[in-house]
Design a protein around this ligand. Structure first.
Ligand code: GLY
Length: 422
């Protein structure tokens, strides 16, 4: 099968590496890709938010399966256009992608499906902001304010703070720029990312993972797109996983079918395991980054065949997934000043080793690989357990040099030391 992957992050690099292990995948292409993915697949410079450009490229390459990585093309209907051209596509329709693209839509679906999630309120009028903040802050028994952009914001539209002034300032700046704000109650408890391959009402869960959204060790500093992840989760009982799939993901998939917005692609449940059980923080309509780098490293089943089955309505007969033993830890190397405006254009040394997955990288005319974005690359370490996987990941990170760059040193540490309990 000929596969075209859309995207340019470490998630797409991980997708290509896993697709390459599938004996039925004969050719791989990526648009637009980065300096690392160029060694695995033919690369094409197209505007991935343009339905027309993606369809034309897929047709020109004789593509059998298009796999859309990021949320923006999905929310804009790129998967609809690919399917309309008669090409199989792994990625939900524009309609179903609202589960990520509109938090108000997601809340409505969850309410109808009877799924536990944080209480919330949309504020679209600055005159209503103060009263709404009063309803959601610590005086009402919450540990913090959670202020989100109602639309897509690559993880960076979220501020979680116990400081009312900071919550107000973030909400006011979103409103000033014309973005409705979602205020949420704070969900306490360890977070879980569960990726499920979904085709209508059929739900196939992958390994559960945990990501680290704050920029600094000990969950300090601002939110980012994700600074690291590990899988599987030794502290999460099998029964809780089953509960998440049966009581959360399956009812949401069924509700989307009932609304005529059937989902075919990757449904990503972001959850908090609270003292009252799992509750949804958010749904996303695509593979998460950086969790994908850990999860797909451990996948033993053929990824191309799995994604093709979901894209063509055959997922129910795909069979059980198989996983490698052990654990995988991903650590993100970020450019100086990320998650603010990153410093770019610096030469990266050591990025061509196995286990290094590229994101914000480009190859210069003279052959040097340079940084070109905030999250520059991920390193992935594997081992018999989390401790061994952490050692492998951090040993690899030590061999990479990028001026001004930074990374977290505590990815997976609390779990490896048995400090997470539910
Ligand atoms: N891991 C966070 C995200 O992909 O949105």
């Amino acid at each position: 099968m000929r596969v075209l992957v859309i995207g340019s992050g470490a998630r797409e690099h991980a997708l290509l590496l896993a697709l390459r292990r599938d004996p039925q995948v004969e050719e791989m292409a990526i648009a637009p890709g980065n300096a690392g993915t160029a060694t695995l697949a033919d690369q094409y410079e197209v505007d991935i938010t343009s339905r027309d450009e993606v369809v034309k490229l897929a047709q020109r390459l004789g593509t059998d399966l298009v796999v859309v990585g990021p949320e923006v093309p999905l929310v804009l209907g790129v998967a609809d256009a690919v399917r309309a051209a008669g090409i199989a596509c792994f990625g939900p329709t524009k309609d179903a992608s609202r589960i990520e693209g509109s938090k108000a839509f997601a809340k409505d679906v969850m309410a109808a499906a009877g799924v536990r999630t944080a209480g919330s309120e949309i504020v679209d009028n600055p005159a209503h902001l103060d009263a709404a903040l009063d309803r959601f802050g610590p005086p009402a028994g919450q540990a913090a304010w959670v202020v989100k952009d109602d639309g897509l914001a690559a993880g960076k539209g979220v501020v979680v703070t116990a400081d009312r002034d900071a919550a107000r300032a973030h909400a006011a700046s979103l409103l000033d720029s014309g973005h409705p704000v979602l205020l949420e109650s704070f969900l306490d408890g360890p977070e879980v990312s569960l990726f499920c391959v979904v085709d209508g009402e059929t739900v196939v869960p992958l390994l559960a993972a945990q990501d680290f959204k704050r920029v600094g060790d000990g969950d300090s500093g601002p939110n980012t797109g994700g600074m690291g992840a590990y899988a599987p989760l030794p502290w999460l009982p099998e029964a809780v996983l089953t509960q998440i799939v049966d009581d959360i993901v399956k009812p949401v998939a069924a509700e989307l079918v009932a609304r005529g917005s059937s989902f075919a692609g990757l449904l990503y449940a972001g959850l908090a395991i609270t003292s009252n059980g799992p509750a949804v923080v958010e749904f996303n309509c695509r593979f998460g980054d950086p969790e994908t780098q850990s999860v797909l490293t451990l996948l033993d089943s053929p990824l191309g065949q799995l994604l093709m089955a979901a894209a063509t309505g055959e997922l129910a007969s795909f069979g059980d997934l198989h996983w490698r033993d052990g654990a995988a830890v991903t650590v993100v190397l970020a450019a100086e000043n990320y998650p603010g405006r990153p410093r770019v254009g610096d030469i990266i040394v050591g990025s061509e080793a196995d286990g290094v997955l590229h994101a914000g990288t480009a190859r210069r005319g003279d052959g040097a690989i340079v940084s070109s974005g905030g999250r520059v690359l991920s390193v992935v370490g594997t081992g018999a357990d989390l401790t061994a996987a952490r050692e492998a990941a951090y040993a690899l990170m030590k061999s990479i040099k990028l001026p001004g760059s930074h990374f977290r040193t505590d990815i997976g540490l609390a779990a490896a030391e048995g400090r997470i309990s539910i």
